[in-house]
Design a protein around this ligand. Structure first.
Ligand SMILES: Nc1ncnc2c1ncn2[C@@H]1O[C@H](COP(=O)(O)OP(=O)(O)OP(=O)(O)O)[C@@H](O)[C@H]1O
Length: 793
């Protein structure tokens, strides 16, 4: 049979025995001194001490929690006569309990109404009860052993194991150790005593109990753990265990609760002092549902406190009225909100630059309740963080004068970010004041800008979630086509205005499109930090990768049409829930685009500064002979294989990209995307959904045209049936468009790459045709003659 010691080390079982050899030594010393004093006879003492040691050893082996005073020390001064001692200690226990209860009430610590059942019946141990006589020791020991055997059996039989498991068992033992450490806190033998046998003088020095019970009733007695001695903490508070005795208590005049109690009559007080049976929490096996009903104990008296004599529920005392509660515990306690620790919002939060105001990334270290700005009417109280980006942090603030809640973008203090952000502020100013003064075209409003501790701060209207967060909330399942249409319409309105103003946003992505409020589908475009004028396209490394246009990847001069590409990616993502081109690198990004939409036209590859990085030139014989019968040799390009790319750029360590969609072609991805469960059983709804998808697909093909010259402008896209909700017949061309192109029917993939809807390798060419995944757009016969004369205005 295993013993409890098999489950835990002696250290865990008893700090008194195993934790501190010094403590054990002191214990012996103390007992030795006591024996000397009593018998003044070395021989007797020796035999007694050896007896005692044996007993202790036995106890230590069987169970760690034993009362050193419970064994007969053969010294009447230390161990009072059994009868006397028992009643005395019983009195003291009750006294302790009552005092403790009152003390607890004054601390506003409600006793647990239905203590958690202790699986190991810990409370039944007489640890806090009266000391046992020598005669009782074996029986107590037996009880302990028996109980532990029971625990052991229960544990082994998995009766509790399933619910408690070894970790809970260990936790129980740890708590036992904690209790023991409260019982024997100082590790010097003087304090080694039981609660029930402790007296503490006014100076809080703890001495073993003497035989005189009257000593316990005086003002000098403070029950163990609740004395002035701070080192003594009641184990009750940790274990919610009550003494097992219920003996009449002597008055403890110095421990009256501060209220109500004072108004009680003597009779009431007497009644209160009557012995009351204590319900000892015990373990019970739940056999049916009724066993789970909570046990409600009668509300004990003195459990509520307040400074103004009003009763406060424990809940309120520990929540809303916590300050009062603290004041009740310590009259010196004062509370000032200004001294509250401020929550830091910036990560990393260690000050590195700018006199410690900035972290290693040159971000200003922001705290809740910080004030940004110093001028009158331009002070902003920091409330929370809204987002973080390349340029800095965006925080929710309150204007201290107007009380308006706003968003403040605190730009990094490095000059490159500062300069670009000045451009952002200028563009926003232009948009807000000149381009969209009436706030109709879904652009973020900027209200103010100022410098705070070397950081440019831009004050914006406060918006809600961004579209990425919206998709996330929807478990990345994509939005309904109706909602996508509403969003697309608004984004196109903004892009029309930007194109007319010859401005390029350059960083359109779901994170930069924000809902105005959480409950309406109105949105606004933010983050003009990368924006530029169409005539000043200085930067070539722009746009977030997933939304990066092919002309940027290839390194071709760009225009407002890069925003249309990003829009196409965003609309597709709103439908699919995840990015349509989630490239892990530029090479991977281009690979995904080519796989889904076909190759860029030759002129783009010829022109692209970066083309050689990703593509290889292959001289191929054309499968068609010219009129004279000679084989035409045309330039062709192919994406480098992964191996070829890694060979050319060993540092890149390019790996095969993860495949997110079963299908490759855009049309197939959209068409075969899962149908919402809500309409799966409704054929008409499914039919409507498929029709909507066809329309969405056609719309996407128009704006996700690899050729920027063939890509629809926002004005053209705004007229598409997907946006206008006009009937979609399967064909649609931007009004007034004509093209002069030679189009081959039944083009193969190889052939797609040659043409891909572009007619001339001329960047300024205006003669383009919308293509469908690089495949010819099916046209009805009646228009086939005009087909070659489409031009886009
Ligand atoms: N006016 C606003 N109201 C609410 N949240 C905002 C506001 N402006 C920005 N945010 C939040 O802060 C995030 C970052 O903002 P912003 O894109 O302007 O920073 P950035 O440093 O330019 O980021 P990026 O890395 O995209 O360049 C946004 O995605 C958004 O969630």
């Amino acid at each position: 049979m295993t013993t409890p010691n098999d489950f835990a080390s002696p250290k865990e079982m008893s700090p008194r025995h195993a934790n501190s050899s010094e403590s054990l030594h002191n214990n012996h010393q103390l007992q030795q001194g006591a024996a000397d004093q009593a018998n003044n006879n070395n021989n007797i003492w020796k035999s007694t001490f050896m007896n005692q040691q044996q007993q202790q050893q036995q106890q230590q082996n069987s169970f760690a929690f034993t009362n050193p005073w419970s064994s007969n020390n053969a010294d009447s001064t230390l161990s009072p006569p059994q009868q006397q001692q028992q009643s005395y200690n019983m009195d003291m226990d009750e006294d302790m309990l009552e005092s403790f209860k009152r003390r607890k009430s004054s601390l506003v610590i409600p006793p647990s109404r239905a203590p958690a059942p202790n699986p190991f019946q810990y409370d039944q141990y007489n640890q806090y009860g009266p000391p046992q006589s020598q005669q009782q020791v074996p029986s107590q020991q037996q009880e302990i052993n028996y109980s532990h055997q029971q625990q052991q059996q229960l544990y082994n039989a998995h009766q509790y194991g399933a619910r408690l498991g070894p970790s809970m068992y260990q936790d129980f033992q740890r708590r036992q150790s904690m209790a023991a450490s409260h019982l024997y806190p100082n590790g010097n033998g003087n304090n080694i005593t039981n609660y029930s046998t402790r007296t503490i003088n006014k100076n809080s020095s703890i001495t073993p109990n003497t035989a005189n019970p009257s000593m316990m009733a005086g003002p000098s007695y403070i029950p163990g753990g609740l004395s002035n001695d701070n080192s003594m903490v009641s184990p009750f508070r940790r274990l919610s265990a009550y003494p097992t005795t219920n003996i009449h208590t002597p008055a403890t005049a110095n421990l009256q609760p501060p209220y109500k109690q004072l108004r009680r009559t003597g009779e009431e007080q007497q009644q209160q002092q009557q012995p009351k049976p204590l319900i000892i929490p015990s373990m019970k096996v739940c056999k049916n549902r009724n066993d789970l009903n909570p046990i409600t104990n009668p509300t004990p008296k003195f459990r509520r406190a307040s400074l103004n004599s009003k009763t406060i529920s424990p809940l309120l005392a520990l929540t809303k009225n916590l300050i009062t509660t603290y004041q009740l515990c310590s009259p010196d306690f004062t509370y000032k909100p200004s001294k509250n620790p401020k929550r830091v919002l910036t990560k990393p939060s260690e000050g590195k630059f700018n006199n410690g105001f900035d972290n290693v990334n040159s971000d200003y270290i922001l705290y809740v309740n910080d004030v940004l700005g110093s001028e009158q009417n331009r002070k902003y109280l920091v409330l929370d963080i809204l987002g973080q980006g390349t340029f800095g942090q965006v925080v929710k603030c309150q204007n201290l004068t107007t009380k308006e809640i706003l968003a403040v973008k605190v730009i990094k203090s490095r000059s490159e970010y500062l300069n670009q952000s000045i451009t952002e502020a200028k563009i926003l100013e232009l948009i807000n004041n000149k381009i969209d003064p009436e706030n109709k075209h879904h652009f973020l409003r900027m209200y103010d800008s100022f410098i705070h501790k070397n950081h440019l701060c831009l004050v914006f209207e406060l918006l809600s979630n961004n579209l990425y967060e919206l998709l996330k909330q929807n478990q990345f399942h994509g939005l309904s086509i109706q909602l996508i249409r509403i969003f697309t319409k608004q984004m196109l309105e903004s892009l029309c205005v930007l194109k007319d103003s010859k401005l390029i946003h350059c960083d359109l992505k779901p994170e930069n499109i924000l809902l105005c409020s959480p409950d309406k589908p109105a949105l606004k475009i933010i983050d003009f930090g990368s924006s530029c004028e169409e005539t000043r396209t200085v930067y070539t490394y722009i746009q977030s990768r997933f939304y990066r246009a092919p002309e940027i990847i290839l390194g071709i001069p760009y225009s407002t049409s890069i925003d249309m590409w990003s829009l196409g990616c965003i609309v597709a993502e709103l439908f699919l829930g995840i990015p349509i081109f989630p490239g892990s690198s530029e090479y991977n990004q281009l690979t995904r685009i080519v796989d889904t939409l076909g190759y860029p036209p030759n002129w783009m590859i010829d022109m692209g500064k970066n083309s050689g990085k990703f593509l290889k030139r292959v001289i191929d014989e054309d499968d068609e002979d010219d009129e004279e019968g000679t084989t035409k040799v045309t330039k062709k390009f192919e994406l480098k294989t992964l191996e070829e790319f890694n060979m050319d750029f060993p540092d890149a360590k390019e790996e095969p990209g993860k495949k997110y969609f079963k299908w490759n072609k855009l049309h197939d991805i959209i068409k075969n995307y899962r149908i919402s469960k809500s309409i799966q059983n409704n054929p008409r709804a499914v039919e409507q959904e498929m029709a909507n998808r066809e329309c969405l697909n056609h719309f996407l093909e128009g704006i996700l045209n690899i050729n920027p010259l063939a890509r629809w402008t926002p004005q053209q896209a705004s007229m598409h049936p997907f946006v206008t909700q006009q009937p979609f017949t399967g064909e649609w061309y931007p009004p007034g468009s004509s093209v002069n192109m030679i189009h081959r029917q039944n083009t193969t993939n190889k052939q797609e790459r040659k043409n891909d809807g572009v007619l001339e390798n001329n960047f300024d060419a205006k003669l383009t045709v919308p293509s469908k995944n690089g495949e010819p757009v099916a046209r009805n016969k009646s228009t086939s003659n005009e087909f070659n004369k489409l031009s886009i205005e």
